[in-house]
Write a protein that binds this ligand. Sequence first.
Ligand code: HSE
Length: 451
Amino acid sequence: MSETNTKCGVALVGCGVVGGATATLLTRDSEILRGRCGTRIDLRYIVDLDHTHARELGLDESLLTADLTAALDDPDVQVVIELVGGITTAREITEQALRAGKHVVTANKALLAHAGPELYAVARENGVSIAFEASCAGGIPIIRALTDGLIVNRIDALYGIVNGTCNFILSAMVQEGKGYDRVLAQAQADGLAEADPTLDVSGEDSAHKLTILAGLAFGQNVDFDAVSIEGIDKLQLMDIQQGKALGYVIKLLAIAQRQGDGLCLRVRPVFIDIEHPLAWVSGPFNAVSVYGHATGHTMYYGRGAGGMPTASAVVADVVSVAQGLWPKLFAQLALWPDRCESANQLPIEEVRSRYYIRMLVEDRPGVFAQIGRVFAEEEISIASLLQPEVEETPSDDLATIVITTHVSREGAVRSALARCGELPTVRARPVCIGIVDEHPEQLWAEGEQQE
Ligand code: HSE
């Protein structure tokens, strides 16, 4: 697209919740957009196999079609919006659109996390671009921040609460003291969690977003398959309550940190201090914290899911493509994963963190000493050790103990827990949850230079 274009034809493929909201914004608010941006966005096709939702929304019947080929053959269509979801069909549609010389706007994080570099290369071969603001954290313009506002920064770390479903469930567990299954059932009944919530609660959705965000933050090609992922589905209310008593709140964080020459990338339910900047991000909201060498800490907050917030990001991408801004960034920046070196993703054992550990042990002399010896041999320094009285402790001969550690290597902690799990006095598999401290700002002095 060139700056002189004043009209941009669009085909929308997939009219579900986000597609319907996008079509609504592009039709209902088209005059407002034209007044603000000087470009008329002309929605010409809404392609889907089932138009029930489009009809419920009262979208223009003349736009509805099942014929993708007609949309791709239309020379007046410059942009295809892919909102089909999933990987297989979405990839086919995306490749077809790119090969037909159309720019693609997508919200599909799974597709980009798995096949982003290949698709970006196809886009370049065909002289077009892929825009994906809606793929990460819905309505929050975090891709713009990383590719524009923060461009001079050497980013040290990025922490995200990037799954609204998980944040909603965890917030309710903390605030209402209800167990995971009860809260999930309520969230599903209220339409705040999918009937099959696996992609969200397993942490995989957050890892898709982390792959995209970390790639741009560090200018490296991140391998989704090497991201360590743990979800929230195994969390027990008892640990959330013990953490709360220690002054922590539980959050599912997508974490990307530089460590030496490598990157530590993981998705984990972790404890953060109630004073941590991400601690107050509750309910379905998302937030991303980014630490740059010039900016220090910046944080981006908003709704990360839902039709209208996500459609807002889709429309912003369409406008940016129509104005020729995004295609320029896509052509010129060196940050895109198809143009970057593969990231040196460190094994999870190399992560350094503090940890919360809970064990069920025999309540008799010498048990602490046995556990303490294992921790000492693994060079893990214990920060606190408690034997709280908890109802869930199954008998009077047993005790629940809670240990917090100083910063330790995750490999050492795993090894210590495996060894403790084999002690006859330890009666159940120990539970371990990372404790993530607020990242230190590392503002560089004026004399210092990036490599
Ligand atoms: N299912 C996601 C969430 C939104 O709950 O945040 C889409 O990525």
